[in-house]
Design a protein. Structure first.
Length: 238
């Protein structure tokens, strides 16, 4: 990213920040955003309720502040899992955006605070959150495509050809620029995945392809906080 003069957002668990403070400091010093990603990468749905979820979110905030003097304004849930309490807790603690949901492909939006099914099977939507949701998708995440992991109940096979995944990711980008007046595409990378030789070449080719279209389509690489601030105004969040 330094070679391409690109800024990005790094979602860092608090425990990781505590054990690798120098690396988190380098991320910050190079102009990137550091945002919240839980404490030990615990999905909120696995916690014991809203108070435990609140405790974990606060612990992650405190870890980033202590290790790198960072007060995070954005959040991505570990495993992209939320509870009916998550967005409200994020609002309580000054977050501006979330990036865990998949309610749109290319357009940030205001999500409802929760969705739940009532006793008659009807979907109940909570009031709109004051957070900007910057949508993600599994198809644009490196982990399920490239990792081979044995879990207790199943195996994540991964190990896809980088050329096939690169073609899919480029097609997603090209659809956006050819069909949207304005849009945001979010690619998700994990250091333990994209840091291998063949996937580093994959990343270089993806960035180069996007940059080759930059002037024609007025494309920029942005930190999520900058995207969120832009869409706060568009969405009437003041």
């Amino acid at each position: 990213m330094r070679d391409h003069n690109i800024e990005a957002t790094f979602f860092v668990p608090g425990h990781t920040a505590e054990h690798f403070p120098e690396e988190v400091g380098l991320i910050k010093d190079h102009g990137h955003e550091v945002a919240h990603h839980g404490y030990i990468h615990e999905p909120p749905e696995t916690l014991g309720g809203p108070e435990e979820e609140r405790r974990v979110i606060v612990k992650g905030i405190e870890a980033l502040k202590k290790t790198a003097n960072i007060v995070p304004k954005g959040y991505r849930s570990p495993s992209w899992a939320l509870t009916k309490y998550t967005l409200s807790i994020l609002e309580e603690h000054g977050m501006i955006y979330d990036s865990s949901l998949m309610g749109n492909d290319y357009t940030p939006y205001r999500p409802p605070l929760y969705l739940e099914v009532d006793s008659e099977g009807r979907v109940v939507r909570g009031p709109l959150s004051r957070l900007v949701e910057i949508p993600v998708h599994w198809s644009l995440d490196d982990y399920p495509h490239f990792e081979y992991v044995r879990f207790q109940s199943y195996v994540l096979h991964g190990l896809y050809s980088v050329s096939d995944v690169l073609e899919n990711w480029i097609l997603s980008f090209e659809y956006m620029v050819n069909n949207m007046d304005e849009g945001v595409i979010v690619y998700t990378f994990h250091p333990e995945v994209v840091g291998r030789g063949h996937t580093m070449i994959f990343l270089e080719r993806l960035i180069s392809h996007i940059k080759s279209h930059a002037k024609k389509y007025r494309i920029s690489f942005s930190k999520m906080i900058d995207v969120a601030n832009k869409y706060r105004e568009k969405l009437g969040i003041v």
